[in-house]
Unconditional design. Structure first.
Length: 553
């Protein structure tokens, strides 16, 4: 029976895989435990790994290092694919203020980290671990460790411990900050909800539809394309009452007297449309009984059309259907000829039954195709990311060339491929479940690795009280930037409490905090702010952790 004991305790590849499996499984199970409705989730894998290492169980170091780096690459790459579309969408002017506030939270966190570095004498490596734990950002820890290794600054186990002891208080620190702001603002949830509903109705960029009667005599006899040329903004004419019939018009359709156009456009565009076309009509083309038009949402699954502009695909220029809305990665886009479709896009189409059948065949609408991930482009992207992360470049006053490493390179490449990959015939689409599976596998391998490499020094971290000292520093880095920017957002930018809750959770890239914000709000408003700032914040957190070490070592 000694072989069983040796299998669990004697270093080997089999023993390493068994220990990793046990650490990850136990960590996932413990992560389901909630305290006051809040769970630390997958971070429990790190704590279990630290404990296993603390009691003296060691694993094969070469395999451990491989699993750590491979897990980090899988996590940041699939994370980049997930947040990429939202990241580029978040850079538009409508989301600019919210993203600037989130960036300010990151900046304040970095500034306080630097101040505490100089005032306390803690090394910048330790402070980067404290900061990553305080803002609950695991990729930041990975980026810091990679940079420390590339610069040959020594062991990273104490950095991991600094992250581990501050992380739980980072989660609760975000929640405490939300509660303090609720108290400071004297928030009445019912009144705030009523105010939020009014704001939603007044949003200028909200996409709406209206029936407009053609009253401008100068447009009669001209093609619909004239309206597009004069407005110069993305709009869709989804239905048209024309000469006694309801049709889905093409840009070449000739306008006639008494035409009624059902237009889909941002709310702030309709003032110009009223001046150009005419007043709102009482006729409702959506519910007209004599209409032979139907609508349906179709999923893009045909790879052959994803690298082309909508305007360059002949099959899209038909009389019997119209694209009215396009949903991609949680954002709504008004379809126009300059947009290139991506796999997984959801397009709302209005047209005749025959027209919808034809366009469905062109777009694909085969969910089964999306459920089978195309692995080759994913690994090509990972290879490109590793190459980019390995490029050395010089920074003034730093003696050695630096690299953005295995955390930065794959993330940057994934972001770019999620946006532009189709132009190079690289299909990086994965279903949400497949993406989540790979991400969870990557992060659990990474957390198990750093935990198993750090537990031996756990007693030393708390023996002299240094661990408790780190916790205090982490609480400062967590709460002060959040409360400060929360007050700024309310006082100077008139953000309501629900938006601020989502902003704080997103700026901390913390799902448990979002869950708490949704619970206290009783609506989905925090999710919108969270999704707006999450992509940019995640990138800034990773870059900040690296720059701290590069510039202050």
């Amino acid at each position: 029976m000694n072989w069983i004991l040796d299998l669990f305790t004697k270093e080997s590849i089999a023993q390493t895989l068994i220990i990793f499996g046990l650490v990850i499984a136990l960590g996932i199970w413990l992560g389901k435990i909630k305290v006051f409705g809040i769970s630390l989730g997958v971070t429990w894998v790190l704590f279990v790994g630290i404990f296993i290492s603390y009691i003296g169980i060691n694993v094969n170091h070469e395999l451990q290092d491989f699993l750590k780096e491979f897990g980090l690459v899988l996590f940041v790459y699939t994370l980049g694919l997930q947040v990429g579309p939202g990241f580029f969408a978040s850079l538009n002017k409508n989301a600019l203020v919210t993203n600037l506030l989130a960036a300010l939270i990151v900046l304040f966190g970095v500034i306080f980290t630097i101040i505490l570095h100089y005032s306390t004498g803690n090394s910048i490596e330790i402070m980067s671990g404290i900061m990553s734990g305080a803002v609950t950002n695991t990729p930041g820890l990975g980026a810091a460790q990679t940079t420390i290794t590339n610069l040959h600054l020594g062991d990273t186990s104490m950095v991991t411990l600094a992250y581990a002891v501050t992380y739980p208080f980072g989660v609760f620190g975000i929640i405490i900050s939300i509660l303090l702001l609720k108290k400071i603002f004297h928030v009445d949830i019912e009144k705030e909800t009523e105010f939020q509903n009014k704001l939603n109705n007044l949003r200028e960029d909200k996409v709406i539809s209206k029936h407009l009667k053609l009253e401008n005599k100068q447009l009669i006899g001209k093609p619909i394309s004239t309206i597009f040329e004069l407005i110069k903004k993305p709009i869709v004419i989804s239905r048209m009452y024309h000469k006694g019939h309801i049709i889905t018009p093409t840009p070449k359709e000739i306008l006639a007297e008494n035409d009624v156009l059902l237009i889909v456009a941002p709310k702030n565009t309709f003032e110009q449309l009223h001046i150009l076309i005419g007043s709102e009509s009482d006729l409702n083309l959506k519910t007209a009984l004599d209409s032979n038009l139907v609508s349906n949402t179709i999923v893009v699954t045909n790879k052959d059309i994803t690298h082309k502009r909508i305007g360059d695909i002949p099959e899209f220029h038909q009389h019997d259907f119209t694209f009215t809305r396009l949903h991609r990665a949680g954002t709504q886009i008004i379809p126009n000829g300059n947009i290139s479709l991506q796999l997984g896009d959801n397009i709302k189409v209005v047209g005749t039954k025959e027209g919808l059948e034809r366009i469905t065949k062109v777009l694909g609408n085969s969910i089964k195709k999306l459920e089978v991930p195309d692995i080759a482009p994913i690994f090509i992207g990972i290879v490109l990311g590793i190459i980019v992360g390995s490029i050395p470049f010089k920074i003034p006053n730093i003696p050695l060339p630096v690299k953005i490493g295995l955390a930065g390179g794959p993330l940057i490449v994934a972001l770019l491929l999620s946006r532009f990959g189709n132009k190079f015939y690289l299909n990086n689409y994965t279903t949400q479940s497949a993406n989540l599976m790979i991400r969870e596998l990557g992060i659990t391998l990474f957390l198990a690795s750093v935990g198993l490499s750090s537990g031996a020094k756990l007693s030393g971290a708390f023996a002299g009280g240094i661990g408790f000292y780190w916790i205090i520093l982490g609480i400062i880095i967590t709460t002060v930037p959040l409360i400060t920017v929360g007050i700024i957002a309310k006082k100077y930018f008139k953000k309501n409490f629900f938006e601020i809750c989502g902003l704080l959770a997103g700026a901390s890239t913390d799902p448990p905090a979002l869950a708490f914000a949704l619970k206290i709000a009783g609506n989905d408003t925090p999710s919108a702010s969270y999704a707006t700032v999450y992509p940019l914040t995640m990138i800034l957190r990773i870059v900040a952790a690296q720059l701290l070490i590069l510039l202050f070592t």
